[in-house]
Ligand binder design. Sequence first.
Ligand code: ZN
Length: 423
Amino acid sequence: MKQLIILSCLFFISLETFSSNLVEFSSIKELPSGEVRITFKLSKIALVKSYALDEPSRIVIDIKDSELKGELENRQNHPIKKIRASKDGSTSRIVLDLYESVYWKKPWQIEKKDHVLLIFEIKKDKKLSKNIRDIIVAIDAGHGGRDPGAVGKLNILEKDITLLIARELERTLRDTKGYKPVMIREDDSFVDLNDRYQNARKVGADIFVSIHADAFRLSSVKGVSVFVWSEEASSITAANLSKKELANNPEVKAKIGKLDVNDFDEDAARTLYQLVYEAKIENSIILGNKILDKLRLDPYTRLHKKNVEFADFRVLKSIDIPSVLVESGFISNAEDAARLKGKPGRRMIARSIFLGIHDYFKEKPKPNTFMDPVQSNIEYTIQKGDVISEIAIRFGVTVDEIIDLNNLRGKAIYPGQNIKIAI
Ligand SMILES: [Zn+2]
């Protein structure tokens, strides 16, 4: 009898996990800013893959494990020629046929009370010769709110350091053409581990970078490490760390295994999409190595481990988004604590992460983004208060290089001005 109950429970759970996601057309409208916004209604968060094609111009959105329901609206909305849908196995495919090339935003998902909205926007831009979009970088500042993370020397809290480094990275990505940063937490608030990677999926992140700082009982231990996810952590230290994360956080522990109905189940998906998952791990290692290579060149920072480490950090477990975790130092070590307490030290960590990300996309260009092909010069928009010497530090170049490349000798820079930087 007992066995029967367990069996029926399992059956119920699997039904819940694999029941088809219904996709229904919701609306199409032109926003005052000129974008055309198309909205679909889903029954739950989906694994969505989107890409643009040229000649003829079109955008394809694949919604895995879903069923199309109802009719598509085909009112003419320039530059959309037609919206059509088809089925490829268990995947629903939505295709936007376009009259011309557009700037497009990767679809994102918003969770409502009893459904999910899948939204995407396109905007015509006469200057574009192909469809193009920004690369979305999810920045995850570790801990926050009632979870301070590690407590270090000089009274510094891990959650404060991680947010400051995250903001520094956000700023660089925001002002560099072709990137769009999304902060998983923007202030001192608590976000649980499941929500962190779930939110990265919802915003359509291309990569996910989690920022942490460590503490250890031996204050002599110092330096930076970079981690990627692994079911079987290959390093004992890493395994202890992830256990510690759980032990320190009973609420997180309680939440594990209890995903909301609407959430995308990464554990089930890992079995279903083995190849996607393998590519994610491979790309995470490449991304981790690119960041580590830049950290290695940073004169202010020492490496704790010279290779990318593996750990079962839950926050990195998304099945398809390359994800890395950067431990920016040991705040239990006086030298590291002093380095991370100061802005220059934090800026160097953010700079290495940014340059590593950029190198990653040089090796793994995303089709139909500004990084395909990767430009040898990035374009940076001058912000109020910017000075060239500080920009040079942030991108790891010299002041003279910036001045020469942009022909700035004897000229002042001004907010809104676009300059080129060779990195
Ligand atoms: Zn941490």
